[in-house]
Every structure is written in C-alpha cells, then in structure tokens.
Design a protein around this ligand. Structure first.
Ligand code: GLY
Length: 381
C-alpha cells in the first residue's frame, strides 16, 4: 500500500499546480488521474482577464484573480526554467469591443465599474479600437483597453506542469479514483479503480466538475459542482496574414459574449458557448455556427482562415461561481475545485494557497472568502 503526505485527486492544471508547489515544500506528493494534464485547460482559450471578465458583485473573486495575474509571469518563468518548456504566457493586454449601441452601453457600464474599483481600463472610440486592431469590422462602436489582461496556452501549461511534477518526484497513478477512504472521522486516502489503496496524510480533491461525485465522500462536505459546457474553435493564421490580431479581443455582439485569443504560434482560439446540460461535451453545429457568426461579424477576415479544431470542455461551477479552496469539514480532506470560468487564471494562486495550507496547516487569509465550508448549512436539531 503506497503512502504519501499529500494525495491529489485530479491531474488537471489545478491539481498539478497544487502538486508541484506542494512537492517544492518538501512533502511527498502523489496525483491520481487516468490522463494527467488533460481536462478543461486543454480546451480553454487561456485568457488571463480578471478585469475584462469582471462580473458585478464578484469583487472578492476580482482580488483573487488580480493576485493570480500578478503571479503569472514568475510562475510561468519558473516552470520554463525548470522544464525547458514554454507555457505560451504572453503579455498582450486585452481589447473589449462593442458592436451596437446596446453593446456599447454594456461596456460603458463595465468601464464605469472599473473606475469605481480603481482598475486600469481605458475607454476607446471605434476608430481607436481599429487603430489597435485593423482587422476589426468598421461597425465596431467603441470599447475598452485593459493593458494588464494577458494570456497563457493551457495545453502548454499542462504539459509543463506534468514535467515539473515529475522532476520534483511527484508519483503519478494513471487510473481513476474509485472511492475516498475514511476511517469514520477523517479522510485517509483513496481506493483506485485497480483495487489498490493509496493512503495519505492529506487528500486534495481537484477533480473539477466531478469533485462532489467521488464515491465515499460524506454528504454535505462539498456542494454540487455543476458542469458548464463551453464549445471552442481553433483556427490557424497563415504567415501571410500575421499578425492578424495582436492582443486578446473580447466582444459583446448584440448582447452575446465572444472572445478571440491569438497565440504567438499562429493559433487563433475563438470561444465560447455557455451551456448547462450535464456532463455532455458534444460539439454541435449550432454552437459552431453561433461562434463563427458572431466572430465573423466582429472580424470579417476570419472566414479566410483554416478551421483546424472544434471541441468542448466543462467549466466546474460552484453555487456562487467562486472556487473552493482549503480544508473541508472532513478532517484530512481539502478542496481545490469549482473555479468555473477562472481555472487557468487562478492556477498560480490556488497552487500557492493550497501548498501553504498543506505545508503549514494554516490557510492564508487571501483564501478566507473561498473556504468550502461557506456552503454548509446547519442541520436543525
Ligand atoms: N474564461 C473564459 C470562459 O470561461 O469561457
């Protein structure tokens, strides 16, 4: 029976980030996942956009997102230095644009909200938007430029995190966790699909939208994490058309939200639908049509580009759309899940906060608004 100090269930970028940072603290770490480095990050566009993706009423999440965004450059550089692998981290900034006057009103309100919160965000006319991005349609009515919202390539990041974990001696169990093991009072590890038992001082649930479904998890420890499907397209920008777009472009197109993320290697990612229909990852004609229709209205030249990939991922949505970070009500079990739209952005800060907790037993105050027990309701006597 293998034993580790920390056992991470789920080898997506959140689980891998936690495993890497925790191994750096000198703890023996194991990860359980049939396919480490898979998961939603392989679909995600990788925008690091705490300011342009800000939602009203989510100021605590903004603080966490800003803290993670500030750490990203060093996090990516450290991974590259260790593994020799590029993560695709690019300091591009983001332009958010509006197509009709209602869309412009929506972005003006977002800009005013940025102002009230003291966030750096500059309002531009349609002409100024097109000066920054000449491929934008002439009808663009205006928008806002956020110089500090950047991007990373989720696939490259996942690959680099797997390599970093291996270099730090993290053990990988390439199978599924069949059940959480408990001794009645505390979590003691997992039983694998192979029947093998892995024991651990602490277990971390980082299994995205399947986290609450792990057999053996006592009722009430985690809320249901709902899967929110996002369909995403990948196009290729031939050399001839480069740079095509120079920064992330987000848009409100007749009330619908869209983003285009151009990578240094010529990939252009267009996303994403938002659909609540269980654990379904079918790419649909309707999803692809809507994305292409809106992207074409925004950047007509996209119709010339090769379409090389379509796929769909599941965002893990908690009841309040903010992540669950730190110890649960079950002794020995911590959570790092429920990151919803912000998994890629929040990877560095989640990794640091969980590693601090696992190494010291103390959860840093930055995580105070995100503890899993915020969803617990008292059962009447
Ligand atoms: N953060 C982008 C998305 O969830 O679609």
């Amino acid at each position: 029976m293998a034993h580790s100090d920390v056992l991470v269930i789920g080898g997506g970028i959140i689980g891998l980030g936690v495993a890497w940072r925790t191994a750096q603290r000198g703890l023996r770490v194991a990860v359980v996942d049939p396919s480490p480095g898979g998961g939603a990050a392989r679909v995600a566009a990788g925008m690091l956009a705490p300011v342009t993706e800000l939602q009203y009423g989510e100021e605590p999440l903004l603080r966490l997102g800003m803290a993670s965004n500030e750490r990203y450059g060093a996090f990516a550089a450290e991974l590259t230095e260790l593994t020799g692998l590029d993560t695709g981290y690019r300091r591009t900034g983001t332009l958010a644009v509006a197509l009709d006057s209602d869309d412009r009103e929506e972005l003006r309100e977002l800009h005013a909200f940025h102002g009230r919160l003291g966030l750096a965000s500059e309002w531009l006319t349609g002409r100024e938007c097109r000066r920054l991005e000449p491929m934008l349609a002439p009808g663009v009515r205006g928008g806002l430029h956020v110089a500090e919202d950047h991007q990373v390539d989720g696939r490259r990041l996942a690959t680099a995190l797997v390599a970093a974990c291996k270099l730090l001696g993290v053990a990988f169990h390439r199978t599924q966790a069949a059940a959480l093991l408990t001794d009645g009072e505390r979590a003691t590890g997992v039983r694998l699909l192979t029947g093998e038992h892995l024991t651990a001082g602490r277990t971390v649930l980082a299994a995205g939208s399947r986290s609450h479904l792990l057999p053996g998890l006592p009722d009430g420890v985690l809320p249901a994490i709902r899967p929110v499907k996002g369909q995403v397209l990948r196009l290729r920008i031939p050399e001839l058309y480069a740079p095509f777009l120079s920064r992330n472009v987000r848009a409100v197109v007749r009330g619908r939200h869209l983003y285009l993320v151009p990578r240094a290697d010529g990939e252009l990612v267009i996303g994403a639908t938002t659909e609540e229909m269980g654990h379904d990852t079918t790419v649909t004609a309707g999803g692809v049509y809507e994305l292409l229709r809106d992207a074409h209205e925004l950047v007509p030249g996209i119709t010339e580009l090769p379409l090389v990939e379509t796929n769909a991922g599941l965002r893990p949505g908690s009841p309040d759309n903010a992540p669950l970070l730190g110890p649960t009500s079950l002794d020995g079990l911590a959570a790092a899940t429920g990151h919803y739209r912000n998994g890629v952005l929040l990877t560095p800060v989640t990794a640091d906060l969980l590693a601090d907790y696992l190494a010291t037993g103390e959860l840093p105050t930055l995580a105070a608004d995100f503890t899993p027990d915020r969803f617990r309701t008292e059962v009447p006597a």
